[in-house]
Design a protein. Sequence first.
Length: 179
Amino acid sequence: MPSPGKIRSLNLHRFFGNRVNARHLWIVNRQSVSRATAIGLFCAYIPLPLQMLPAALLAIFFRANLPISIVLVWISNPLTWIVMYTPPYLLGLAITGETGISLNTITIDMMMQQFTALIIGSLIFGSSLAAAGYILSNVIWRMIVTNRWNSRRNRIRYRKDGGSEKQNTRSNNDDLSGA
C-alpha cells in the first residue's frame, strides 16, 4: 500500500476532499477487501464512462479499500466490453420485451430503448456479481486465515514434540526398507 505521504501527493483531495486520506480506505482487512470487491464488480458493469468515479465515491461511503475498488473496475475495458455486456443486454431485452435492432435501421429512439435494456441487464448482473464477489472474497479470506492458523498450530505442535513425528516416520520407513 502507498505511504500516507504518497497518498497526499496524488492531489486526490481536489475531487474527494480530505476523506481520501482516511486510513480505512487504504488498509487491507477482510471487511474492506470484501466491500471493495463488491463495489468494483458492481461499478464494472455500469455501461458508462468514468466508472472509477462512482467506485471511489462508493468506497469512501462504505469504508472499503479504495485501490481495490478502483482496480476491479478495470475489468471493463474496450477489449472485454462485448463479452461483458452481451449477456446483460440480452437479459435486459428479455425483461423489457424489446427485440434487438439491425444496424441498418438504427434511430436515436431505438438506441435509447436498447440502452434501457442494457442498463437494466447491467444492474442485475452487477448486483449479482457484487454479491457473489463479496461472499467469495470473504470465504477465500477465511480459508487463507484458517490455513495459516492450522499451519502455525502444526509447527508449534511439531516443535513441542521435538520433531518426534518426523523421527517416527523415518524409523518406520527404515524398517520397511530393511525387510
